[in-house]
Design a protein around this ligand. Sequence first.
Ligand SMILES: Cc1ncc(COP(=O)(O)O)c(C=O)c1O
Length: 382
Amino acid sequence: MRLSSRSGSVEQSHIRSMTRACNAMGGINMAQGVCDLEVPRAVIDGAKAAMDEGINIYTPTEGLPRLREAIAAKMQRSYGIEVASEQVLVSDGATGAFYTACLTLLEPGDEVILFEPYYGYHRSTLTSLGAVPTFVRLEAPEWKLDMEALEAVVTPKTRGMVICNPANPSGKVYTREELEAIGAFAEKHDLIVFSDEMYEHFLYDGAQHIPALSIPSLKERCVTMSGFSKVFSITGWRLGYAIAPASVIEAMAQFNDLIYVCAPAPLQIGAAAGLEQLGEGYYGILAQVHQHKRDLFCDALRDAGLAPSVPAGAYYVMTDVSSVAGSDDFEKAMKILEKTGVASVPGRAFYHDDAGKNMVRFCYSKPLEVLEEAAERIRKLR
Ligand SMILES: Cc1ncc(COP(=O)(O)O)c(C=O)c1O
């Protein structure tokens, strides 16, 4: 059968082939952000009890009221941001939230600015819908926002921009000043800001998460995406959400219904129980544990003669692998895998051109004993 032109636009072949090669040799997969850590008891127990209590049928497409309210309450508790539950849409992961947001807000041909290095799903979601990503590069190791570069890519077709805060893959955490500058820029050019805040609780060295919604100029023009995959280690449950003006959520809900019908009913209760029962202490420990893992793995990378760009947030580390043999990022990632049994993602997955050819990304959200083993192996590269 002939495939549609859009089917070629969502290739992730290099991540897949690294994972295949890693599995074939029984290696440690630090390529994908699967987050195979322990799920909090409250979340598991909440979902189990919900199944036993018969919460197994379709829910409203917007999500169960209890979960929408728990998300709104958490925005208030964590950030002092007032959100009505009508402004919350529960979807099948932050992935589903972004897809339905793009379906709702973008026309084919609309340009949307992405910061490079970008998260591949952002680019693929846009291209699969006929929107056109344009790129503004942030440079390692500081990944500083360059407002001039941002102004330079705006055209009459520019309709929006995506920020990933904290960023996958760079680990950049946006400052309030940067977000205010983005807010002023979005206002000036009448843009939508899609703010992916999936890693909001993975922050290091005292960094603070500033939600896009806390910037007054972004309040009415941003769609916030976040979810439970990472924070509760439930990537396979497919639960995330969007926060936007109620009229936008109402329109997004139509697509959410069409594509997913609803998020899994008992699992929504599990997530709600997690939000209700786990306080700020839980998120603080999560950040501390990951900071330890970041330091442990970055030390090993340095010992191996590689140059990690130490992340301020999220749980990936972009690493300069110029010193590794190979003509490009893919060959270098394969060489690292062959020599150490540790898989990474070739840098090209995060750039539209060959700017990633001396980079790879490692995901260090691994059980501690696995990470220690990976660090030992990486040191062998020297
Ligand atoms: C930046 C970012 N957003 C969204 C997701 C996916 O989230 P979900 O599992 O909720 O669809 C990921 C997963 O790696 C991610 O890195």
